[in-house]
Design a protein around this ligand. Structure first.
Ligand SMILES: *[C@@H]1O[C@H](CO)[C@@H](O)[C@H](O)[C@H]1NC(C)=O
Ligand SMILES: *[C@@H]1O[C@H](CO)[C@@H](O)[C@H](O)[C@H]1NC(C)=O
Ligand SMILES: *[C@@H]1O[C@H](CO)[C@@H](O)[C@H](O)[C@H]1NC(C)=O
Ligand SMILES: *[C@@H]1O[C@H](CO)[C@@H](O)[C@H](O)[C@H]1NC(C)=O
Ligand SMILES: *[C@@H]1O[C@H](CO)[C@@H](O)[C@H](O)[C@H]1NC(C)=O
Ligand SMILES: *[C@@H]1O[C@H](CO)[C@@H](O)[C@H](O)[C@H]1NC(C)=O
Ligand SMILES: *[C@@H]1O[C@H](CO)[C@@H](O)[C@H](O)[C@H]1NC(C)=O
Ligand SMILES: *[C@@H]1O[C@H](CO)[C@@H](O)[C@H](O)[C@H]1NC(C)=O
Ligand SMILES: *[C@@H]1O[C@H](CO)[C@@H](O)[C@H](O)[C@H]1NC(C)=O
Length: 451
């Protein structure tokens, strides 16, 4: 009994010993199309003999099975591995022409026995990672600064964007480029699409060299040939002043777009928005001035930027011009024939009415409303007037006072006018009388064509 126990212990301690350095669950990385070396080695105890050795795999693509079997001193690969699997002695094999899909667990199982003991199986498993290098359209990386800023969805800020690519394949495991800022910091891409990597520059952006490289420790990068241009990465020089302009331009375009939208809304909102937009434009202008001082060489940017600023300002000015007037006669016109004038101006927003001549001159295309009114103040007087548009009568009013019954007359018209067209009040008959207190001329813009 004790003897049996002793020989069992003895045979256990002297059984198969692994001599290779591949411990269970080692991860081994190889590049696709190269060889997978699995140098499993062992020593046996003196009277131990090999029954058989099996090599088995479990691939990531779900396939699994036997690679080869060693028995009766013969190494036999299964048909699928025939010509690809070679025995290197003991538990070692080489599988040539590895494919990415063959990444997975590889196991060796050694069954040994001796005269007195039943079969014992020893096994070891390692994970083989088959990596594939990335490929690029032109064999190298290109990085550039996008001409237009993009709106960052999270912060609602305009950002300058760099793009790096184009990878036709990201390799296996897929690589993502890393960015190095002028200060030497490492950044991950903001997004990736179809092999092009994008980096939104931090705000405020700093000028200098931005580099885009493949991560050197990635198994895929390591499978690139040593002279591959992809290993060099790519650098773009970001010009601090140009970046500031790109951002300012984007903000100005946004301001303009918002202005267009808002101006189509209601009249009262319109005035409010105009005020906000003018403030914003003034702020942009101030910012531009400060950037301008930083660098006088950027004249072409400044000129282009100022041109858009000027045109925006002109449109703002035009949109905020209101037109309305009210005027009265300073003294009574007796026995008067012809255009009523001069007038005393009471209101004259937009300066469209000339008080000296009594002529209204249209400052903006649009629809206007006019009223001319008068009333008698003494017996047997006559009011006889037309509202005239460029010599054409558009309204007529007549009033005559008999004895002490006063009479009143009013002309009014809604007119669509274009810039420069004139409107006035005319007395059509000489024997007339326009009492200064009761004679007035009023008009205003109902709606402009241009907004
Ligand atoms: C494994 O054993 C073989 C045959 O004895 C020997 O040639 C080879 O160098 C050994 N490999 C390792 C990694 O020990
Ligand atoms: C490989 O073995 C590890 C550890 O047992 C396991 O987690 C993994 O799922 C295996 N992979 C495959 C492809 O069989
Ligand atoms: C490796 O792991 C297998 C399964 O867990 C185990 O049976 C075997 O004894 C281990 N081999 C070594 C050398 O640790
Ligand atoms: C912002 O969101 C839109 C739609 O949700 C998307 O199409 C666009 O790519 C995003 N832009 C950025 C810079 O993330
Ligand atoms: C992705 O890029 C390839 C060229 O690299 C192009 O042929 C393909 O149309 C692109 N696909 C999309 C969805 O943009
Ligand atoms: C930026 O890159 C250019 C060429 O790519 C190089 O001449 C220059 O010295 C670099 N500047 C810095 C600050 O690294
Ligand atoms: C800005 O406007 C001026 C005058 O209209 C013109 O001469 C100049 O070429 C414009 N500049 C740019 C960059 O468009
Ligand atoms: C009004 O018209 C007269 C005569 O054409 C002109 O002399 C005067 O300058 C004009 N007044 C204004 C304020 O435009
Ligand atoms: C005013 O209207 C005329 C005639 O339709 C047109 O020719 C002109 O360009 C318009 N002016 C403005 C400033 O819109």
């Amino acid at each position: 009994m004790i003897w049996v126990l002793l020989t069992t212990l003895l045979s256990l301690t002297t059984a198969l010993q692994w001599t290779d350095s591949l411990t269970n669950n080692t991860v081994m990385t190889v590049c696709s199309a190269s060889d997978i070396h699995l140098p499993w080695n062992f020593t046996l105890s003196p009277d131990e003999r090999i029954e058989d050795i099996k090599w088995i795999y479990w691939a990531e693509d779900g396939s699994e099975g036997l690679i080869a079997i060693f028995a009766a001193n013969f190494f036999n690969p299964v048909p699928a591995f025939s010509g690809r699997a070679q025995w290197t002695g003991q538990g070692g094999i080489v599988v040539s022409q590895a494919a990415v899909a063959e990444s997975g667990n590889y196991t060796v199982m050694v069954s040994t026995g001796d005269a007195t003991h039943p079969l014992v199986t020893f096994s070891k498993t390692i994970y083989v990672h088959v990596a594939d290098p990335p490929t690029a359209q032109s064999g190298e990386l290109h990085v550039l600064q996008e001409p237009d800023a993009v709106l960052d969805n999270e912060t609602r800020q305009w950002r300058v964007e760099l793009t790096c690519g184009v990878l036709t394949s990201p390799g296996h495991p897929a690589v993502h480029v890393v960015w190095t800022t002028p200060a030497g910091h490492t950044l991950q891409s903001s997004s990736e699409h179809n092999g092009t990597f994008r980096l939104l520059l931090p705000n405020p952006p700093s000028g200098g060299n931005y580099t885009c490289t493949l991560p050197t420790l990635s198994p895929a990068t390591r499978c690139l040939p040593p002279l591959s241009l992809l290993l060099e990465g790519a650098t773009v020089i970001v010009d601090q002043v140009k970046v500031s302009f790109t951002l300012l331009e984007a903000r100005q375009r946004e301001t303009e777009a918002r202005l267009e939208v808002k101006l189509r809304e209601s009249e009262s909102k319109q005035q409010h928005m105009l005020t906000l937009m003018s403030t914003e434009n003034a702020r942009l202008q101030a910012e531009l001035d400060s950037v301008k001082n930083e660098n006088n060489q950027q004249n072409s940017y400044i000129s282009a930027f100022q041109n858009t600023t000027e045109s925006l300002k002109a449109r703002l000015d035009a949109a905020s011009t209101r037109v309305s007037f009210h005027a009265r006669l300073p003294s009574t016109l007796d026995n008067f024939h012809g255009r009523l004038h001069p007038f005393n101006i009471i209101t004259n927003e937009g300066d469209a009415l000339n008080g000296t001549t009594g002529i209204f001159t249209t400052p903006r295309n649009g629809t206007y409303f006019f009223v001319a009114s008068s009333s008698s103040d003494s017996a047997d007087t006559l009011v006889f007037m037309y509202l005239m548009k460029e010599g054409t009568r558009v309204a007529f009013a007549y009033a005559r006072q008999y004895s002490s019954y006063t009479a009143a007359a009013t002309c009014h018209a809604t007119l669509h006018l274009t810039v420069g067209e004139r409107v006035w009040v005319e007395s059509a008959y000489s024997n007339t009388y326009y009492y200064y207190e009761s004679t007035s001329f009023t008009g205003f813009l109902l709606g402009a064509d241009d907004w």
